[in-house]
Structure formats: structure tokens, C-alpha cells
Write a protein that binds this ligand. Structure first.
Ligand SMILES: [Zn+2]
Length: 321
């Protein structure tokens, strides 16, 4: 997917800031590349070992050696002296910039810095930043799809809000009906920010919302309290195993001030989801779905810097196996 998208910038959390300032930041200075590479090797971001591919070497272990090249290190076979890049089989394999610049671009992606905003003194080309951003996006998309349990929301003590963009109660700003994609949006308010799960409606589902119910309920745990958009309330009011099912319309029974406050709360809960639902209107369905899953990842993994490195490592291990 193209990386030129605008997920709303999200500030690094304090925990993430700690991880950044103690683990990564000290290694991003000129002359600390060796430490940076050693750390990347330690966490498995670049391969921890490498076997020689020369047939007569029978897969002999290559050695990690200092080198006068941009990466500062390379692999060398002690038998045939063949060299190999430390980037082999890693996220950085086809990235044409220094390891440090690539790591800075990954950090920029975590922070939601735009591609143009990350032109750090021309040390890295925007085409390379775009490539790194889209690789990050592909990794988190893979992660979300690989772990379907994180797309199941609610449970006892959870209030789960269910709405459909753009016709529901997600924003008080009037819209112009030019939206071709409707999006089923679910938010679990037990978390801060609320965890979301979304689904772009198929044409049949847009015409007949009852077709959404089995899929929707498969993403909500029993015991949840559901707060439901008027469009889906008739279909959900008798949903089994839920603590309670309330229509957002019930909020209208409140007096005017409370009603406005409730809508304001909903608008706050949905702000970043609405922004991405607008963003995906001109995208293909698969790119739109990917951007929504990226938003989901960003709301779940508050320690984004730590998480992206862990998930890249998991992704690479999966690709190699
Ligand atoms: Zn060899």
C-alpha cells in the first residue's frame, strides 16, 4: 500500500518515551553505529547468525566482522572468505540508506510524522522513507491479521459502542453524502483510547444491515453492554448473552445538555476513526482495510516504538520459516 496516508499524529506515550531514550536514542549518534547494529542483532531485527551458501562450505557458520562499509559490519565465511550483508533477510534488505537513517524513519512512522516531515537534512530520500513507511504498515497489517483475538472486543464490564460511518452518530459535523464506503465501527471503551475493530461494508451489507449481524457478534464477547446506532438497534436489541443493549437514540431521552455532552463524548471516541474513514474513501477496498487496521494497531499498541520492533522481528521469523 502507498505510504502517503495521514493517520492522525499520535504522541509517544511516557512508557514509549522511556524505551526510546534509554534504548534507542543513545545509539543514534554519529559513531555509535556498531552499538546500534549489535542491538539490532541482539533483538533479532537483523539475523543473529548466517550460514555460508557456497556449496563446498556445507553451510558453515559465517563470522560477524568489522568492515569499512556503511553498515560497519558484515558476515564473512572463514573457509571461502565470501562476504554477506548484515541486512540479508531483514526489514532493511532492500533499503538504500544507512541503518541509522532507516531506524530514524521507523521512529518517524511510529510518531505519525509525514513523509515530507522526515527529510532529515536530505540524509534520506523521500522515496526511501515511503518504502520504510509502507513496510511498517505491511508488518502491522500482517500482525493484526495473524492475531485475530485482538479484534474481539468487549466482555464483562465493557461498554461497546457500535456505529456505521458515515450515517451514524460518530461526528456532529454534517457530511455531504459523497462517501462511497460505509464502515462498521466497534469501540471497546474499557480501554483508553478505546480499542476499535472496523469492517468496510460489502454492497449487499450496505443495502441490508441484517447481513452484518453474525460477523459483528463474532467480534464481541458475551457479557458486554452494547450501545448501538439506531441503524442496527432493531437487529441487535435481542442479542443473546449481552449484559444490556441500549440504542444511542435512548440518549435523546436525556435533557438537551446531557444529550449534547453524550454526543460530544461519542465524537471524541470516534475522532481518529472518522478521520481514517474519510481518508479511505478514494482508496481501493484492500488499501482502505489496511489503513483501518493500522489505526487499530496504533490504538492498541501504545508503546509503538517497542511494539514495531517486536512485530518486525516476529514478521521476519515468520517469513523465514
Ligand atoms: Zn564459505
Amino acid at each position: 500500500m502507498e505510504a502517503d496516508t495521514t493517520i492522525p499524529p499520535m504522541k509517544t506515550t511516557i512508557r514509549d518515551q522511556d524505551f526510546f531514550s534509554t534504548s534507542i536514542e543513545p545509539m543514534l549518534f554519529e559513531g555509535r553505529e556498531a552499538e546500534l547494529c549489535a542491538w539490532l542483532k541482539d533483538i533479532g531485527f537483523i539475523q543473529r547468525s548466517n550460514k555460508c551458501k557456497t556449496p563446498s562450505c556445507n553451510g558453515h557458520e559465517m563470522s560477524w566482522k568489522k568492515a569499512r562499509i556503511i553498515d560497519k559490519y558484515h558476515w564473512v565465511c572463514p573457509l571461502c572468505k565470501k562476504k554477506a550483508s548484515i541486512r540479508l533477510g531483514s526489514f532493511l534488505e532492500d533499503i538504500q540508506c544507512s541503518v541509522r537513517s532507516a531506524i530514524e524513519a521507523i521512529l518517524g512512522w511510529c510518531e505519525g510524522v509525514s513523509v515530507d516531515g522526515l527529510q532529515n537534512d536530505g540524509k534520506i530520500k523521500s522515496s526511501i522513507v515511503k518504502r520504510i513507511y509502507s513496510q511498517c504498515s505491511n508488518v502491522v497489517d500482517w500482525y493484526i491479521l495473524k492475531h485475530p483475538e485482538i479484534s474481539i472486543l468487549g466482555g464483562e464490564n465493557s461498554v461497546v459502542i457500535i456505529d456505521i460511518f458515515p450515517d451514524g452518530c460518530m461526528t456532529m459535523t454534517p457530511h455531504n453524502n459523497n462517501y462511497t464506503k460505509q464502515v462498521l465501527c466497534v469501540a471497546d471503551t474499557l480501554y483508553m483510547p478505546p480499542r476499535i475493530w472496523t469492517h468496510i461494508l460489502e454492497p449487499g451489507e450496505s443495502k441490508d444491515h441484517s447481513k452484518l449481524i453474525p460477523l459483528l457478534l463474532s467480534h464481541i464477547r458475551p457479557g458486554s453492554t452494547l450501545v448501538v446506532t439506531p441503524q442496527l438497534f432493531p437487529e441487535l436489541r435481542n442479542a443473546k448473552d449481552m449484559a444490556e443493549v441500549i440504542s444511542i437514540e435512548a440518549l435523546m431521552a436525556l435533557d438537551h445538555d446531557d444529550y449534547q455532552r453524550s454526543l460530544k463524548n461519542l465524537e471524541t471516541i470516534w475522532a481518529s476513526t472518522v478521520s481514517v474513514c474519510q481518508e479511505i474513501q478514494d482508496m481501493s477496498g484492500s488499501d482502505g482495510g489496511q489503513l483501518l487496521r493500522e489505526l487499530q494497531w496504533r490504538t492498541i499498541f501504545q508503546s509503538r516504538i517497542k511494539s514495531i520492533f517486536m512485530h518486525i522481528v516476529e514478521y521476519q521469523a515468520h517469513m523465514r520459516s
